[in-house]
Design a protein around this ligand. Structure first.
Ligand code: PMP
Length: 412
């Protein structure tokens, strides 16, 4: 398939068994992809195949199943790393982005962040890129500061530059906001942060599933993503570190596999990345993540992004024409991913989501694990529709009709 060729959504939807089901007697219109995506048959089959034919522990047993499981697990690591332009040895399998930031908090932060240090994050972060730093700051006597936003929901670069003058030890920011959809110029942010002497961490949870990402071009020290938001299974994700950085860090969890030698009074550590993968790892879901990467590569990430831009343009045009509709985040789709957060007149987002559900339309309502951002928006909650490859203009039309139905009920 050519990278420029449009995605044949009808054909592609057939790969996702769940999209055949109905909800309350209506066609399922799944628009909650920023929370988690649906899984293609290729991913589901990879899990069934692993447990049916290859199941064994990894890195331990010389029997055939042990070798097959190890080969499947390590080849998924290679896929997951190469997908974002990294070396397999620099990729630690984790449960997801949340575990990745917590790994950095413990294994890098405890040793590297000192009393009086500044940790810089932003007002648009998910809690998983805020709370670990608050805890680290409390333990080590550091302070967390926040880069503010421009009125359109992009990052205030002037404020970023000002805060860099405080020589932060860590600068942690998202590649793409799960609420506003804002895509940050992460290469520029990393380069400036690095010049200011900071270590950088990029939350790629909403970027890797939706657009081409190359961590070398980004220039981050740490880059995190979650498998379940990119058509893969839950419980698996990745922390990708700059070459050589994992070697310098302390272990995270301690136990089997992460050691080389254990004596009564001390232990030595396994090579990276195994030093950070204590105990029995999540083998089957790592294999499933490899299948998800293969599936996305067969479509091409440029096409995934192109498809989402078309959906976004259409959604913004159609939905902002609805009386009472307030859109949050930048309207320029070149700096926005397929996330549409909004409020509708004074209808509470939970009520709206309930009415939409009756129409078969699944969206998320709430604070989206971004309470500082909700405070900045000055709302308790928003509704959020978010896209992936299997969404179509029909889905957006269904969303619009369901919002209008809510409008009739609430007399908007
Ligand atoms: N960061 C962002 C931007 C997210 O959208 C999410 C998931 N909502 C996370 C981090 C956390 O990911 P996970 O729950 O997979 O750990």
């Amino acid at each position: 398939m050519l990278e420029s060729e449009a995605i044949d959504v009808e054909k592609l939807r057939a790969d996702f068994p769940i999209l055949r089901r109905t909800v309350h007697g209506k066609r399922l219109v799944y628009l909650d992809n920023a929370a988690t995506t649906q899984k293609p048959k290729a991913v589901i089959d990879s899990l069934v195949d692993f447990y049916s034919s290859h199941n064994s522990n990894v890195h331990r047993s010389v029997h055939a199943l042990g070798e097959e499981a190890t080969e499947a697990y390590e080849s998924s690591r290679k896929k997951a790393a190469e997908f974002v332009g990294a070396r397999p040895r620099d990729l630690v399998f984790v449960r997801g982005t949340t575990e990745a930031t917590n790994l950095v908090r413990y294994a890098w932060g405890e040793k590297s962040v000192k009393k009086g240090d500044v940790i810089l994050t932003t007002t648009m972060e998910h809690h998983s890129n805020i709370v670990p730093w608050q805890l680290l700051a409390r333990r080590n006597g550091a302070v967390v500061k926040y880069v503010g936003l421009n009125p359109d929901g992009t990052l205030d670069l002037g404020n970023f530059e000002d805060l860099l003058k405080e020589a932060p030890r860590l600068v942690a920011f998202t590649h793409c906001s799960n609420v506003l959809g804002t895509i940050n110029d992460v290469a520029k942010l990393c380069s400036k942060a690095r010049s200011a002497g900071a270590t950088t961490l990029v939350d790629g949870a909403q970027a890797v599933p939706h657009m081409p990402v190359d961590v070398k071009a980004v220039g981050s020290d740490f880059y995190a993503y979650s498998g379940h938001k990119m058509l893969g299974p839950t419980g698996i994700g990745a922390l990708v570190a700059r070459g050589g950085l994992l070697e310098e860090m302390d272990p995270f969890q301690a136990g089997g596999e992460m050691i080389r030698e254990v004596y009564d009074d001390h232990s030595t550590w396994n090579d990276v990345p195994y030093k950070f993968e204590a105990g029995t790892v999540n083998i089957a879901d790592a294999v499933g993540l490899g299948a998800a990467v293969r599936y996305l590569e067969s479509i091409g990430m440029e096409r995934v992004r192109g498809h989402e831009i078309k959906l976004l343009d259409y959604a913004i045009k159609e939905l902002t024409a609805v009386k009472g509709f307030t859109l949050y985040g930048p309207e320029d789709t070149s700096v926005r991913a397929g996330v549409v957060s909004f409020n509708y007149a004074d209808v509470h987002p939970h009520d709206l989501a309930t009415i939409l559900d009756e129409e078969g339309v699944a969206i998320r309502s709430g604070h989206h694990c971004a309470q500082p951002l909700m405070r900045w928006l000055d709302v308790p909650a928003t509704s959020r529709a978010s896209f992936h490859v299997y969404n179509s203009y029909d889905d957006i039309d269904a969303l619009k009709r369901a919002i209008q139905r809510a409008g009739e009920i609430f007399k908007v």
